[in-house]
Design a protein around this ligand. Structure first.
Ligand code: ATP
Length: 694
């Protein structure tokens, strides 16, 4: 079961800590001049109340936290000589026992046969169920035993167990202690923390810890004898009392032999080479998780399609079926029963021409359509007051009032030119009242009311045999150089949405995955097992590159094949730009996972930057419409120039050598390098980069 390690470390102690000091800020001294000695092949019980610094001390011993001063020495020289069971479960709950064992076995470069053999031994030794079972389907006690098994899996010489019995029933705790004693008899050295003081009687050596210092360190029997107590709890209380009353607490450590500080511990050696088995283990584990979380995987694949699809369905099209109130005094005054006209029936210049002009104009508005249907729903009112009331009640978005002699006066206006009398000028004016509370609807109304009027006048002139140019506003819009003269807003905003999706989807994927592992203590555990940070990151990035490719293809497919967004450029350049934006997003997600200590923090950060980028990167509104100072800031944000480059590539058809396009690529690559530099600096200098908040 366990390889016998008798005297593997020689006669020296297995772990020595001397004058260890550590604080998390000026008022948070956690370890105060702490010294301890762990003999070989023994169980060392580290006892102390909650918050006294036990976990912090263990983190220092396993090399995850650096001391401010003092020294630590362990006989374990490589990560494979050390087994660590953290206080929290720190396992992927979605994986099966077999997958977890394979993951850790592979990390420790164990062969397939060895992994199978070791799994079988540990399942039996720890009385664990069938290894097909998923961790989340196990009881709390079984989950703790899996965590214990993981610490033992590579048969290390030194085992560090942080509260393995917490929350377990007494029978289970006892069975774990029995296993520990059996292992010590095989030559393992075990450090175990607990705040159940009495259970530690079974340890060979006890260190009683309080407020970051060791009060006493000796075998349990000796502690009981020296302090003349029957229970270790009484010894601890006695020591606490002396600790509170004495001026020099270090004098308390009576049985602790003062020795000269050892040389500083060298970091534990990890496996050499970049693409080691740890990378493979991480990669395979990530694939396993994707398979296990099939719903989430499908969600990730479908998200770009759903987002761009819903955007194209929902946004940017001209609003339709807008109620428009009409008071047509010309029609009402004529006493006619319906407003009708016959094309080419008469000329508006004729004196007997009656209400045809207003009917023709209103008919144009009534039948004005876009791809979603009629733009307006005309509602007739008898009086101006009734029509205005309808607008005030929001029963209509606007009111058109056509005066009683409109056709005749318009005919006079058109035929007499600059000689026309004032009365005809006034009588041919259509009064309009709009509800401008909605910018988009209000401006659409304005535009349509005017353009349809011009079209109606042109028809009326044609009936009189007059050149329709006479009725046009003397401005001619030629075919647009880029885009389309009637391009809907959706075509302006679609590139922005594509870039936003390309940036945030990888950020969410990578950020959420790493944060989940960080918060669950899994990254800490794997780092202790010797995996390098870059291997963890690279394994996630490799999977995300696959998603990124899928995402780029699906974004472009939905936007251009399904919704026919304008596209005159070269697809490869656009795909390249989206990939650059995606990689930038990935690095942003990674940065969030490095600077945030909980998923909630990361979510807040991610959502708020999303809003910020939407507002000031020219995604919803052109940068040209921003306040001057904001405009210059906007240019330096991660999405402004790439979105402009995207528009230039897709709508203007410019190539990769164009300076707007180059600026977009340069901005994206520059931000990516900046994020990478920040990640490297933070990883190097921040103490608890991979410690998550629970
Ligand atoms: N990253 C950190 N930043 C600031 N303070 C911290 C950090 N980690 C731990 N501490 C503080 O250090 C003190 C010791 O924590 P530690 O987890 O080592 O105690 P412990 O003895 O293991 O407690 P328990 O038995 O409850 O696990 C606590 O007051 C804790 O709040």
């Amino acid at each position: 079961m366990f390889a016998s390690n008798n005297n593997t470390f020689g006669e020296e102690p297995a772990v020595l800590v001397r004058k260890a000091c550590l604080s998390y800020g000026p008022n948070a001294k956690i370890l105060r001049n702490l010294s301890l000695t762990v003999p070989q092949n023994q169980i060392y019980g580290l006892l102390g109340p909650s918050g006294c610094g036990k976990t912090t001390l263990l983190n220092c011993i396993v090399g995850r936290v650096r001391l401010d001063s003092g020294s630590i020495f362990t006989k374990a020289k490589t990560t494979s000589e050390l087994g660590y069971m953290p206080q929290d479960l720190a396992l992927h709950r979605e994986l099966s026992i077999r997958e977890i064992f394979r993951f850790y076995g592979c990390m420790f470069s164990m062969s397939e046969t060895k992994i199978v053999q070791r799994s079988r031994e540990l399942l039996q030794f720890l009385e664990l169920p069938n290894d097909e079972k998923v961790v989340s389907a196990l009881s709390g006690g079984q989950q703790r035993r899996i965590s214990f098994a993981v610490a033992l899996f590579h048969d290390p010489k030194l085992l560090i167990l942080d509260e393995p019995t917490v929350g377990l029933d007494p029978l289970l705790s006892q069975s774990i202690w029995e296993k520990l004693m059996e292992m010590a008899s095989f030559g393992k050295t075990i450090i175990i923390t607990t705040h159940y003081i009495e259970e530690a009687r079974q340890a060979n050596m006890i260190g009683m810890m309080r407020k970051g210092t060791i009060l006493a360190e000796a075998p349990p029997a000796e502690l009981l004898a020296v302090h003349n107590c029957n229970y270790l709890e009484d010894v601890f209380l006695k020591l606490c009392h002396i600790h509170d009353t004495t001026s020099n607490p270090s004098e308390l450590a009576r049985s602790q032999t003062e020795v000269e500080p050892y040389r500083l511990q060298e970091p534990l050696k990890t496996k050499e080479g970049f693409f080691s088995t740890s990378f493979k283990a991480q990669f395979m584990k990530n694939l396993c998780l994707l398979r296990r979380n099939l719903a989430l995987t499908l969600f990730i694949v479908m998200l770009p399609i759903v987002q761009v699809g819903t955007f194209n369905f929902a946004c940017g099209h001209d609003p339709t079926r807008l109620p428009l109130a009409v008071v047509n005094d010309e029609f009402l005054a004529s006493g006619a029963t319906s407003c009708f006209y016959k094309e080419h029936d008469a000329c508006i210049f004729d004196l007997n021409y009656t209400h045809s002009a207003s009917c023709r104009y209103l008919d144009k508005l009534r039948h004005r359509q876009n791809e979603l249907g009629d733009l307006f729903k005309l509602v007739d009112y008898d009086t101006l007051e009734a029509g205005q009331r309808a607008v005030k009640r929001n029963d209509a978005w606007g009111l058109l009032h056509i005066p009683a002699n409109f056709s005749m006066d318009l005919g006079a206006r058109l035929s007499k030119g600059h000689n026309v009398e004032e009365v005809f000028l006034d009588g041919s004016v259509v009064d309009v009242w709009l509800d401008m509370s909605n910018h988009v609807i209000g401006y659409q109304m304005k535009r349509e009311v005017v353009s349809n009027f011009v079209d109606a006048v042109k028809e009326l002139l044609a009936d009189c045999g007059v050149d329709t140019k006479y009725g046009s506003i003397p401005i001619k819009f030629n075919e647009a150089i880029y885009g389309d003269n009637n391009m809907p807003f959706v075509n302006y905003s679609s590139p922005a949405i594509l870039c936003l999706c390309a940036f945030y989807l990888p950020a969410i994927y990578i950020g959420a995955n790493i944060m989940a592992e960080k918060e669950g203590g899994i990254i800490e555990r794997t780092l202790v097992a010797g995996v390098k940070t870059k291997e963890i990151i690279l394994a996630h990035v490799t999977i995300e590159i696959g998603f990124l490719t899928l995402q780029t293809v699906s974004l472009m497919f939905v936007a251009y094949v399904v919704f026919h967004n304008p596209f005159v450029g070269d697809g490869l350049s656009i795909a390249l730009l989206l990939t650059c934006i995606g990689i930038n997003g990935m690095m942003f997600g990674l940065l969030l996972s490095v600077i945030c200590s909980s998923q909630t923090d990361a979510a807040f950060f991610g959502v708020s930057t999303n809003f910020l980028l939407k507002f000031i990167c020219g995604l919803l509104w052109p940068v040209e419409g921003m306040h001057g100072s904001l405009r210059s800031i906007s240019m330096f944000l991660p999405l402004t120039l790439p979105v402009e480059a995207y528009r230039a590539l897709s709508i203007r058809g410019w190539g990769l050598t164009n300076k707007v396009v180059l600026a977009g690529f340069a901005s994206s690559i520059g931000w990516t390098l900046f994020f990478i530099a920040l990640i490297i600096i933070i990883c190097r200098y921040k103490r608890d980069v991979w410690v998550g908040k629970q």
